[in-house]
Design a protein around this ligand. Structure first.
Ligand SMILES: Cc1cc2nc3c(=O)[nH]c(=O)nc-3n(C[C@H](O)[C@H](O)[C@H](O)COP(=O)(O)OP(=O)(O)OC[C@H]3O[C@@H](n4cnc5c(N)ncnc54)[C@H](O)[C@@H]3O)c2cc1C
Length: 451
């Protein structure tokens, strides 16, 4: 029997398995979905947690299948009949949806395809003498497979371990529960994960001590805006022609924003108009211009592109207004143990006097560390050592081909080895959220079904 092993049962792995069960290869096929976390189908983002974190994309944007755009809204209505497409729903509910659609696809699958769920960590992927793959497992026997798909998600954040720092926690979102309102806190990072932390810290115990949040620019994410009616009607051809340099692109986006404002719209509409074209823009930029984009434009792109659910933004603003949340543009010069506490020395952006802060907890919200050579993950280490995966030269993720084929250092596809997930962004830029990932995984499912 033909075996497809999917390493990682988060959104990408579970949705790929669902797509393959719905549209399987012609020959008898076994899909083996392997996940090291307790539950298969949720991944890091959509796990069940004590605190009801919400999605940062409205329900209407979260269907896992681009051909069935309202699938998630319809699922959510089976639990809460009053759900509207614009609602920002709990992330755990989204995990329920992923698990339920996988189970339904399994029930409805034709006889010649089967799903096997394995709860284990894959510790190695090696080429076998017969030309297939052998997967080493943390528990149980090795697995033989014809095709391996790495759906292993994002790398972990860089370590800032010190004292009672929460950065080594296996699940930051759960571990934050130990921080009480009397504890002063320093959060490193001011993007979406920081907003998660702040809302949790505020919700579960009355906050008396300050929260300090820092990042290089000190930017806070914007909220999603209410729909403006008609989408912005930009000139996609002109946008794509402007993609030769980062500077020309930035200029063009500014001119579109002015145009949108004149038409009674705003930058939200311009970002929404651009989003489907971003992969083409990114792929058209030469490497030197991608580098320029990363250095000069990226903080502004990230700020406008990654937005907060309105209720989360209100909570963050409320804390700032009450003087309990201080957001600064600064970098950490040092973190040192200070009795039972941690003393941080901060250097403000643009110079100025250093500032010392003494806190009870430091929470690392810096996001994934895409410098894969720093990875402490067993499987990633083995794949790098044996040159089965290649980090991209700009440290954004993995080098991959058009359907997620894993490429070697010479740019040649390694037969029968694929990756799907956020590290596709090296090649596509936009690949971290569901609206883009679902397209990548449908394309990969089509390739695997036809292989
Ligand atoms: C907290 C958070 C909230 C988010 N919210 C949204 C949102 O609201 N909307 C949105 O569109 N996007 C959101 N995202 C983006 C998110 O990256 C994608 O939506 C998507 O969940 C990525 O799924 P994935 O399966 O590729 O990665 P992951 O969810 O990271 O799943 C990878 C899985 O692989 C497993 N794994 C890794 N290595 C091994 C191994 N060696 N052996 C076995 N198992 C392994 C991991 O345990 C994990 O479960 C969020 C991300 C985070 C972190």
């Amino acid at each position: 029997m033909h075996t497809i092993a999917i390493v990682g049962g988060g959104f990408s792995g579970a949705s790929l398995a669902t797509a393959l069960l719905r549209n399987p290869p012609a020959q008898p096929t076994r899909i083996v979905l392997i996940e090291r976390r307790a539950e298969i189908g949720r991944g890091v983002a959509y796990s069940t947690r004590a605190f009801p974190y919400v999605l940062n994309v409205p329900a209407s944007g979260m269907s896992a299948d681009p051909a069935r755009p309202l699938e998630f809204v319809e699922f959510a209505r089976t639990r809460r009949p009053d759900v509207a497409p614009g609602d920002f729903l709990p992330r755990a509910l989204y995990g329920d949806y992923l698990i339920e659609r996988l189970a339904a696809a399994e029930r409805e699958a034709t006889d010649h395809v089967e799903l096997q769920r394995v709860h284990a960590e894959v510790t190695s992927v090696k080429r076998a003498d017969d030309g297939g793959w052998r997967l080493g497992m943390s528990t149980g026997p090795n697995l033989a497979a014809d095709i391996v798909v790495l759906a292993i998600g994002n790398p972990r954040p860089a370590s800032i371990a010190v004292g009672r720092g929460l950065d080594r926690a296996s699940d930051l979102w759960d571990e934050a529960g130990v921080v009480r309102g009397r504890h002063p806190v320093l959060i490193i990072g001011t993007a979406l994960t920081m907003a998660d932390m702040v809302t949790r810290l505020e919700a579960h115990s009355t906050r008396e001590a300050p929260i300090h949040a820092i990042s290089r620019h000190g930017f806070l994410p914007h909220p999603h805006s209410a729909a403006h009616g008609a989408p912005y009607a930009g000139d996609a051809g002109a946008l794509l022609r402007a993609a030769s340099t980062a500077r020309a692109l930035l200029r063009f986006v500014r001119s579109m924003t002015r145009d949108a404002v004149e038409r009674g719209q705003d930058w939200h509409d311009v970002i929404a108009f651009m989003r489907p074209h971003v992969p083409s823009l990114w792929r058209a930029l030469p490497r030197s211009e991608r580098k320029r984009f990363l250095r000069h434009v990226r903080p502004y792109w990230d700020l406008h592109r990654h937005r907060l659910a309105p209720e989360i933004e209100r909570a963050v603003t409320g804390l700032r207004e009450s003087g309990l949340l201080h957001v600064r543009a600064a970098r950490i010069k040092s973190l040192e143990s200070w009795g039972d506490q941690i003393r941080a020395t901060l250097v403000p952006r643009g110079g100025g006097a250093e500032r010392k802060l003494v806190v009870d907890y430091v929470i690392n919200c810096t996001g994934p560390d895409y410098r894969l050579r720093n990875s402490r993950d067993i499987l990633v280490g083995q794949l790098l050592r044996e040159r089965l995966v290649t980090p991209d030269p700009l440290d954004l993720g993995l080098m991959t081909g058009p359907s997620g084929e894993v490429l070697d250092a010479a740019g040649k596809a390694i037969p029968a080895l694929y990756y799907v997930g956020p590290m596709l962004r090296a090649d596509w830029w936009e690949a971290t959220a569901v609206p883009e990932l679902r397209v990548h995984l449908q394309r990969l499912a089509g390739t695997l079904a036809a292989a």
